[in-house]
Design a protein around this ligand. Structure first.
Ligand code: NAD
Length: 495
């Protein structure tokens, strides 16, 4: 489809912002709703249910009932697998519709909603479905007179609270392992991007996931989100979002029933390019491509670029001509690779950081301004600051927008010290042809993932998560099952 056709589809699409509880589409108990604004042009797409305590109570009760009567947990893993695969297939069958909703709701280019977000969400659901009937339990080596079985059981009712930057993928990373393991789930999408989560719940029902097993309560964080985090009958919470709210989630878990609280939080990832980098062109494209992908709204965006002093000028000479490619365009045009910022608030935050960078004396080499203002949407030009110092706010706080800070170094140990010098520890990268230096640097970097001579390594088979205040636990890979299962030991006396 071309841009014009996507716009026509966008005008025609029906938006249903009601919650999905116990297999039914329902309005919030209070009848309250809020407007769903598209960042593409500021237009109101429709309204979304403003769920609160009563709706969360109803969703948790439905999830609990479904868990207790074992309509899902009691199915053989091979049966759950078949349903999860059907669910994944159905997502792909709705690819265009879901991609359009995602783009309209959060502003990312349709090119990527179609080619990245929808397939990645489907793949995640398929992968955990396929995995679940291949995982064995254990017998402990206790001796002849007893048998100690170590089994994994679903934790029960899982609440998933997710952000707006990859709405479908973030939801899939939580719901796929949780559902595959036999839990019931209540998902709260971000108030800024609830639409695809609601459709996912309907598609899951059509695919055969029983009512009550997967519920979605849209609403604000301090209302629906807090009600879930404080709920006495939620067994586990899988949270992805900011470090600030992650801390509140852990407090609410402690304040209520000590539910297991898993957090995937912010980042300020460092990308270190040494003078002996094996391929400067690849390093330049990765540095630029990875920070501006998704409008810079990625937790793992390499927002701090450390370039060794001796190659800095050559590096920048190659980097600067690439910047214009990332000028924001119409997200519904398939040629666009940088879309809109999710909303006016986030745009104001990003512009505030740009202003701080200028005030602090960083050298603005590209961008630094709003774009496409006449559309009524929210767009920021790709922005690059040089001569940044680690003490500057733009180099220490997560901006979550298309802003790159370039720093230089002469000593790799100093670069690593600076790279580690934030509260975050999500991802990092080092570019060098020296294998020993690569391994030593990777070991020294305090981050959940370290890339060597690339930045786009990403697969459902590998864990994703952070050190320090980037969170705990891991999404993706078989390790995610650890979050959504309890280990049970059953001791049996023999003879
Ligand atoms: P956010 O913390 O503001 O909100 C995340 C979710 O929490 C939303 O659903 C929100 O409604 C809810 N929420 C807000 N306040 C709440 C409260 N008091 N109680 C319960 N729930 C509450 O984050 P955001 O702006 O939506 O997302 C951006 C952040 O997410 C960035 O910091 C980014 O780095 C992070 N993120 C991390 C990962 C990761 O895997 N580590 C992935 C994507 C995004």
């Amino acid at each position: 489809m071309d841009g014009k056709q996507w716009h026509e589809e966008a005008q025609a699409i029906t938006i249903d912002g009601r919650a999905v509880i116990n297999g039914e589409r329902v309005a919030a108990c209070s009848g309250e709703q809020f407007d769903n604004i598209s960042p593409i042009d500021g237009r109101t797409l429709g309204t979304t249910a403003r769920c609160g305590l009563a709706d969360v109570d109803a969703a948790v009760a439905a999830a609990r009932a479904a868990f207790e009567d074992r309509r899902w947990a009691g199915q053989a893993p091979a049966q759950r697998k078949r349903t999860m695969i059907k669910f994944a297939d159905a997502i792909m069958a709705h690819k265009d519709e879901l991609a359009l909703l995602e783009t309209l709701d959060m502003g990312k280019p349709i090119k990527y909603s179609r080619s990245v977000d929808v397939p990645a969400a489907a793949n995640c659901i398929r992968w955990y479905g396929e995995a679940i009937d291949k995982i064995y339990d254990e017998i402990a080596p206790t001796g002849d007179d007893s048998l100690a079985m170590i089994t994994r059981e679903p934790v029960g009712v899982v609440a998933a609270i997710v952000p707006w930057n990859y709405p479908m993928i973030m939801a899939a990373w939580k719901i796929a392992p949780a559902l595959a393991a036999g839990n019931s789930v209540v998902l709260k999408p971000s108030e800024k991007s609830p639409l695809t989560a609601l459709r996912l719940a309907e598609i899951a029902l059509e695919a055969g996931i029983p009512p009550g097993v997967f519920n979605v309560v849209p609403g604000y964080g301090h209302e629906a989100g807090a009600a879930l985090a404080l709920h006495m009958d939620v067994d586990c919470i899988g949270f992805t979002g900011s470090t600030k709210v992650g801390k509140q989630i852990m407090q609410m878990a402690g304040q209520s029933n000590l539910k297991r609280a898993w957090t995937e939080l912010g980042g300020k990832s460092a990308n270190i390019v040494c003078a002996d980098c094996p391929d400067i062109d690849a390093a330049v494209s990765a540095a630029i491509g990875a920070i501006y992908f998704n409008q810079g709204e990625s937790c793992n965006a390499p927002s701090r670029l450390f370039v060794e002093e001796s190659i800095k000028d050559a590096f920048m000479e190659k980097a600067l001509p690439m910047m214009a490619r990332y000028a924001p365009g119409d997200p519904l045009d398939e040629a666009t690779i940088m879309g809109a910022i999710v909303d006016a608030t986030q745009m104001k935050t990003v512009m505030g950081y740009i202003e701080q960078g200028k005030q602090a004396g960083a050298r603005l080499l590209f961008g630094g301004a709003a774009a496409r203002i006449d559309t009524g949407g929210f767009y920021v030009a790709p922005t690059l600051f040089d001569q940044v110092d680690s003490s500057m706010t733009i180099a220490s706080e997560e901006i979550f927008g298309p802003v790159l800070s370039v720093l230089s170094f002469t000593d790799i140990d100093d670069a690593v010290r600076q790279a580690n010098g934030t509260p975050y520890g999500l991802q990092a990268a080092v570019w060098t042809r020296d294998i020993s230096k690569a391994i030593q640097t990777a070991r020294a970097l305090r981050a959940g993932t370290v890339h060597v001579n690339q930045y786009d390594g990403d697969d459902i088979t590998v864990p994703f998560g952070g050190y320090k205040q980037s969170g705990n636990g891991r999404d993706k890979s078989l390790h995610a099952f650890d979050k959504y299962t309890e280990l049970k030991t059953t001791w049996i006396q023999i003879g």
